[in-house]
Structure formats: structure tokens, C-alpha cells
Design a protein around this ligand. Structure first.
Ligand code: NOJ
Length: 759
């Protein structure tokens, strides 16, 4: 390229981006003018109406607040006392509700319709924790994109996702909804999901607004018990809990949801520090914050508010812009403003934010723009979406053990026994929080395996155990069937006569999710007993785990030769697992959360701090248990492949890095196996000493690398000071010079290390 041409191209590029920037600024200025104009026409009551969100009577995702719950709230819709509805399902119903608001209220302000589209609308993708095991940001963005397309085709404008709560406690049922334990991975996944839901432009008819939740620290519920209190240091808040939320803001997320928990005595919903000081002031977030379901009213049982009126005052002053189902704002805000307890300027600020998102969605141009029956018929649960769901599902599978290469199985094996009621379930793989995923619509494991081998090979099935009983849905608690051995005999006989056993064990999908914390994360019911009995007659076993949380299964890990982590993988689960079982797809997933050996080790996470007595030493005086190792069953980042990978020693460009410089870190990766394979190469650092103690390892980069058998590649990472800093005691970001270690490997435990000095 000649210099002249290069200059010309640069000028064109600069003027193009200036043009685009001027255009955006113009649009934004026009939008702000529209907002002010509308606001100036609104009565106080109408403003408060915008801050009120009601549930539709179509679907319930929280405790019903009163006797009149199911009375359609037509009058309020007509008089402009409602700004948003959740759980109104179908274009027809959404149109009806929208019409009531737009055609009857004085200013005709459109409603925004929200719904929990967590891992798919009708085409179900893996539960978010499972999908995070793919470490594949394109796949994750794509799954959110399709969820967005389907939800928008059904008239929905807004999803209450992604949940970006970091959690270190697998007892907490909602770990299934997040991206696991790591802030760095959590940030990348959070941003990918926001981009997926929101697409390029919120006003496109196939995109929906996203919601970063639950702000903040809900995943740190004490004892892993849902809704429980949280308590931790400011440095943990800043360094571990907040980063994925900040990543959502940077990715342009439209809304936030606060949480049920109190933090150090202040409920998240009433926290001015979180919602105003950090989110709106420090991060300049210009979208709005919705409360969690009834969380404003719950400040009364928390013991933070005297009564619901007081709760409304505290929440509004703290910056909760919209009230989901506490019915506290419509009831009390007007009086609170009149008595001077809440400033009208704060109400105006909340309403501006809500109107801004409605404008960005294009709802003022056409309130029915997402209400297209044709789209609802043609764009949901399509063949193409199912194909993508299968691909994302197989990328989410983690191979945990493959002793003597028991896997992949030969499709022509003489006899394959499939055992375990989970293998025959067309419902469990759909996972909890399944939006409009239809009951019993998934490809079961048994079906998937049979599809893969074709009609000529017979796969025999035995139920083996019964796991749960009771109403299987989002609202009810299941009962575990503790002692039922009625099917053991048949299963054992089948195992005995078969060449290989594929044994599905784990959890019902309604054992995890909201309100489903467990004190025991081992195998429920009679599963353990059955496995041991089968193992007695046939050791050729491949276990397929189906679960919504890390499980403590030391016996299985030690004795069973083949273990596949198959989560709850969505509509195409069975086909995806079969792809891996028979080697049509080479697994590449890596655990996004540590698997403990024992529930007593929790919280167990890789990026812990060292303590003053890391040990081991001969005497007892070091940080350990006397009855259990400190080691996890499977570490964060762990996962095998049918290929095998060899890492060279780490090469550092220099052993020193200037504060404003960069450091290139590289390793040679070789596929030493005999099939093509994909490895997630992970880079960790350790800051050896600082003004606060630092984690023993922190993930700071990863790359998914595919290599042919025998092929090698140099994998390079560039570290800068942004990777080496942290939030200090004063809550400010700091990068401190000193000694660092850097590690590269295929999981957080098995790494190659080197060292450098930051000057
Ligand atoms: C309560 C849950 O905590 C939240 O995540 C969800 O979005 C709302 N219910 C609405 O269903």
C-alpha cells in the first residue's frame, strides 16, 4: 500500500467514525429532548405509574402478593398506573395488555414487557452454568441471540438475564443460572450474553433489553441458602463480585435488577451505595434498576423498614427505579413525595431512565412492533435454532475422566446398556428456568444414543432408580425418593450381560434453581447404592452426569473409568451427549466452578488467598482439615479431550515489565494425541505481595486452540498493567510494583509457571 493511499484510507475511516459518532450524539440528544418533553406533561401519579411493574396472570415466578392477585389489573393499566408487566405470554396477550395502556391512558405511554428468558425461550440451550463450561464466547453470544430472537417474536421486550452473580457455593441452587466462580470468566461471559440479547441495536425487532442481576452479591448467600444474608469485605465486593456487573455496563446493558439479600446489614434493594453511588454515579449507568420480585416489601421482614411505606421511601431514595410486585410505589410514593420524604427530582430521574429504554426499544414509534403473529409462528423453535442448540450443548460438555480410553465408545459395540431414570427423561435436560420450553420436549440421553447408533444396534434400557416425586415445575419443591431398590435387580442383570454400561446419574433439574439450595450435594436417593452394585458386575462404565451444580462424588471419580459432565443441556441434550460418547464431537469444555470432594470443604474455589500457614507441615498447625484434604475433586478450568496436549515451559519476552509496558507470555502447545482436538489454554497470574493479600492464582486470559493430531502452535498472551491491578482498601483501582508469577495450563491446577517483576 502506498503512503498516500494509506493516508487516504485513514482519513476516510476517521471521518466515517466521526460521522457515526455525530449521528449517535444527535440521536441521543433528540431522545433526551423527547424524554424531557414527555416528562413535563406527566402528573406525579403518572410518573409513579411508570415505576410500577405488575405480573401478568399468565405465569408466576414468585410468591403471589395478595388475594386479588389474579384479577387482571385492567383499571390500573388503563389509567397509566403501570409502566411494565412481566410474565405476559404470547403476542395475543401482550397486544391486549399493551392496547389497554396505550389506548386508554392519558399519555398513551407503552408498557415494557419483561420475562425470565434465561437459557432460551422455547428452544432450550444448556443451563447457563453448563454453557459457561464451553468457554466459547461466540457460542454463548449466539445462544443469547437466539433466545432474544424467539422472545422478541413472542412480543417480549426485556429479559431478566444475564444473572452474573459470582458464587463459591454449590449448595446455592442458583449457581445453575450463572457463570460460576471466577470474575474474569464471568466478565467475558456477561458481556457476551448482553451482546447476544441486545444485538447491535435495541430498536431492531429481533432484539430484547438485557438485565444484569442481582445487584449485588446475591450469590454470596451465607451457607449457600437462597435469600440468606451476605457479609464480606469491601475488597471482595470490588474485586470479585462487581467486575461482571461492570462488564455488563461496558457492554451497554439496558437494565439492572437488585437482589433479595442484605449486605452487611443493608438490603441490596435499599442500598444507595450500590445503586446510586457505584452504579449510577461511578459507572455512569443510564438505564434503570428494577427491584427483584417483592424485594421492596421484603425490607420489612429484613428489619430494615418499619412498614411497606417506609420500604418504598428507602428503595426510591436508594435508586431502585421500578417496583416489581411489591405494590409499594403505587401505594405510597405520591404521599411520600408530598411529605418531602422522597424528592420529586429523584422520581423524575427514575422515570427518565425507564422512558429512555422504552424509546431505545422503539416502543414509542410503534408499541406493537414486537407483536407480530407471523414471527411468533415462524421464528420460534426452528430447525436452525435446534441445530445451534445441539452445537452449543456439545461444546458445553466436560470430559472429567477417561481411564484406558474407555471413551469414545464404538457405535458397533455388541451390547450397550443404558441405566438410570435420568437417561430416559425428556424433561430433566431442559433444566430449570426454562421459560416456554415445553415439558418433555428434550431429546433424552437414551434417544440420543439410539439415534447415533441407528436401528441395527440395540440399546437396552433399565430405569435402575427413581429419583424424585411431586409436582415437577418452577414453583414446587420435589421430594427425593430415598429408598427404592425395586428396579435394582433388572438393572444389575442388564449391566451384567452388557459389554458396556452408560449410567446416567445426578440431579433432577428442579433440584437446582431459585429456592432450591441443598445441604448435601452428593448423589440423592438410591443412586450411589445402585452404582456400587452395578460396578460389582461390570466395571466398564461410562457415567453421564446431569446436574445443575457441582457435585461431591468422590467414589464415582475414583472408581468409574469414564465420566462425562452433561449438565442440563437443553432441547438437544441427548444428541449432544451422544456426539461425545461416540466421538463424533471431541469434548473441549472446562469446569467454570470447582467440584469439591466433600460439602464440608465449601467454600472451595481456586482463587483463594494463601493464608499465613498454607502448609503442609509436619505438625498440625497449618490451614487444613484433619479429616479431609484441601484438594478439590476437580479444579476450576478442568476438562479432558480425546486428544492430549503438551505444554512447553513458559517463555517470557523479558523478566521485567515497565508499569506502562507490556509483557508477552507464550507457550508451545502440542497435540500429542491421534485426533484433532481443542484446548482452552488458560493464563493465570499471582501478585506475590501487596497492600492487601492477593489470590494464589487469578485467571487473566484464555484462548481456545484447535490442533490437528501432532500439530504444534505457539500461543501468545499479552499482559498489561490492567491485568495486574486490584481494588485496594480505599475502593480505588491500584497497580503495585513488585514480584509476580505467571502460569499457563489446561486448568487452574496443572500449570507451567514463570516469574517477572513489575517496575
Ligand atoms: C425472582 C428472581 O430472583 C429473579 O431473578 C427473577 O427475574 C424474578 N423473580 C422474576 O421472575
Amino acid at each position: 500500500m502506498t503512503n498516500k493511499f494509506l493516508m487516504f484510507s485513514i482519513i476516510i475511516l476517521i471521518s466515517f467514525s466521526l460521522n457515526a459518532q455525530q449521528k449517535t450524539e444527535k440521536n441521543e440528544a433528540e431522545m433526551e429532548t423527547k424524554i424531557e418533553k414527555l416528562l413535563s406533561k406527566m402528573t406525579l401519579q403518572e410518573k409513579i405509574g411508570q415505576m410500577n411493574q405488575y405480573n401478568g396472570s399468565w405465569d408466576i415466578t414468585g410468591p403471589a402478593p395478595g388475594d386479588d392477585y389474579n384479577k387482571p389489573r385492567y383499571d390500573q393499566l388503563k389509567s397509566g398506573q403501570v409502566g411494565s408487566m412481566l410474565n405476559v405470554i404470547s403476542v395475543k396477550s401482550i397486544k391486549e395488555a399493551q392496547k389497554l395502556a396505550v389506548e386508554n391512558s392519558r399519555l398513551g405511554i407503552p408498557l415494557i414487557f419483561g420475562h425470565d428468558v434465561i437459557h432460551g425461550y422455547q428452544t432450550m440451550f444448556p443451563i447457563p452454568l453448563g454453557e459457561s463450561a464451553s468457554w466459547d464466547l461466540d457460542a454463548i453470544e449466539m445462544s443469547a441471540r437466539i433466545a432474544g430472537i424467539e422472545a422478541a417474536a413472542a412480543g417480549i421486550n426485556w429479559t431478566f438475564a444475564p444473572m452474573v452473580d459470582i458464587s463459591r457455593d454449590p449448595r446455592w441452587g442458583r449457581v445453575m443460572e450463572g457463570a460460576g466462580e471466577d470474575p474474569y470468566l464471568g466478565m467475558q461471559i456477561a458481556a457476551a450474553r448482553v451482546k447476544g440479547f441486545q444485538g447491535e441495536d435495541l430498536s431492531d425487532e429481533n432484539t430484547i433489553a438485557a438485565c444484569a442481576k442481582h445487584f449485588a452479591a446475591y450469590g454470596f448467600a451465607e451457607g449457600g441458602r437462597d435469600y440468606n444474608s451476605t457479609d464480606f469485605s469491601e475488597t471482595t465486593l470490588r474485586n470479585v463480585i462487581l467486575p461482571p456487573f461492570k462488564a455488563c455496563v461496558d457492554a451497554g446493558v439496558a437494565t439492572f435488577m437488585n437482589g433479595f439479600n442484605d449486605l452487611g446489614g443493608v438490603p441490596a434493594t435499599g442500598s444507595k451505595y450500590l445503586q446510586r453511588d457505584i452504579l449510577k454515579d461511578e459507572w455512569n449507568f443510564d438505564g434503570f434498576v428494577v427491584s427483584d420480585w417483592g424485594s421492596i416489601g421484603e425490607m420489612v421482614p429484613h428489619g430494615f423498614a418499619k412498614d411497606k411505606k417506609h420500604a418504598a421511601e428507602l428503595a426510591a431514595n436508594a435508586g431502585s427505579d421500578m417496583d416489581m410486585e411489591s405494590i409499594a410505589y403505587v401505594a405510597y410514593l405520591e404521599e411520600l413525595v408530598k411529605n418531602g420524604k422522597v424528592k420529586e427530582s429523584d422520581i423524575d430521574d427514575a422515570v427518565r431512565r425507564i422512558l429512555r429504554i422504552k424509546l431505545q426499544l422503539g416502543l414509542f414509534d410503534d408499541p406493537y412492533k414486537y407483536c407480530n403473529e407471523e414471527n411468533e409462528k415462524s421464528k420460534i423453535y426452528t430447525k436452525e435454532h435446534l441445530e445451534i442448540a445441539r452445537d452449543v450443548a456439545r461444546k458445553s460438555i466436560v470430559l472429567l475422566k477417561n481411564e484406558n480410553n474407555i471413551l469414545p465408545l464404538d457405535k458397533k459395540a455388541k451390547s450397550i446398556a443404558v441405566i438410570g431414570s435420568l437417561a430416559n427423561s425428556k424433561d430433566v435436560p431442559l433444566g430449570n428456568w426454562r421459560s416456554q420450553g415445553k415439558t418433555d420436549s428434550a431429546v433424552s440421553l437414551l434417544e440420543g444414543l439410539q439415534n447415533a447408533v441407528g436401528k441395527d444396534v440395540k440399546i437396552e434400557y433399565a430405569e435402575g432408580y427413581k429419583l424424585t416425586e411431586g409436582k415437577r415445575d418452577f414453583l414446587h419443591e420435589l421430594t427425593i425418593i430415598e429408598k427404592d431398590e425395586s428396579q435394582f435387580e433388572t438393572a444389575i442383570a442388564l449391566a451384567k450381560k452388557s459389554e458396556v454400561v452408560v449410567l446416567a446419574i445426578g440431579e433432577d433439574c428442579y433440584q437446582s434453581g431459585e429456592g432450591r439450595s441443598q445441604a448435601d450435594i452428593g448423589l440423592a436417593g438410591s443412586q450411589q447404592k445402585l452404582i456400587e452394585a452395578i460396578y460389582e458386575v461390570n466395571k466398564n462404565i461410562v457415567v453421564v452426569l446431569m446436574n445443575g451444580r457441582p457435585l461431591a462424588i468422590p467414589w464415582v471419580a475414583e472408581n468409574i473409568p469414564g465420566i462425562i459432565e452433561g449438565w442440563h443441556l437443553g432441547s438437544e441434550a441427548g444428541n449432544a451427549i451422544a456426539d461425545v460418547v461416540f466421538g463424533d464431537f471431541n469434548p473441549s469444555g472446562k469446569l467454570p466452578m470447582t467440584f469439591p470432594r466433600d460439602v464440608g470443604q465449601i467454600p472451595l474455589y481456586y482463587n483463594h488467598r494463601n493464608s499465613g500457614r498454607p502448609g503442609p507441615v509436619e505438625m498440625v498447625f497449618w490451614a487444613h482439615y484433619t479429616d479431609q484434604t484441601n484438594e478439590p475433586l476437580y479444579p476450576f478450568g478442568f476438562g479432558l479431550s480425546y486428544a492430549s496436549f503438551e505444554y512447553s515451559a513458559i517463555k517470557l519476552a523479558k523478566n521485567e515489565m515497565a508499569m506502562d509496558g507490556e509483557l508477552i507470555v507464550s507457550v508451545d502447545l502440542k497435540n500429542t494425541g491421534n485426533v484433532e482436538g481443542t484446548e482452552v489454554v488458560q493464563l493465570y497470574i499471582q501478585d506475590l505481595y501487596g497492600s492487601i493479600t492477593r489470590p494464589v492464582k487469578e485467571l487473566k486470559g484464555f484462548q481456545k486452540i484447535t490442533l490437528d493430531a501432532g500439530q504444534s502452535k505457539t500461543v501468545e498472551f499479552t499482559l498489561s498493567k490492567d491485568d495486574l491491578g486490584f481494588y485496594g482498601l480505599d475502593g480505588k483501582w491500584v497497580v503495585e510494583p513488585g514480584d509476580f508469577k505467571v502460569f499457563v495450563g489446561g486448568n487452574s491446577r496443572d500449570v507451567k509457571g514463570s516469574a517477572f517483576i513489575l517496575k
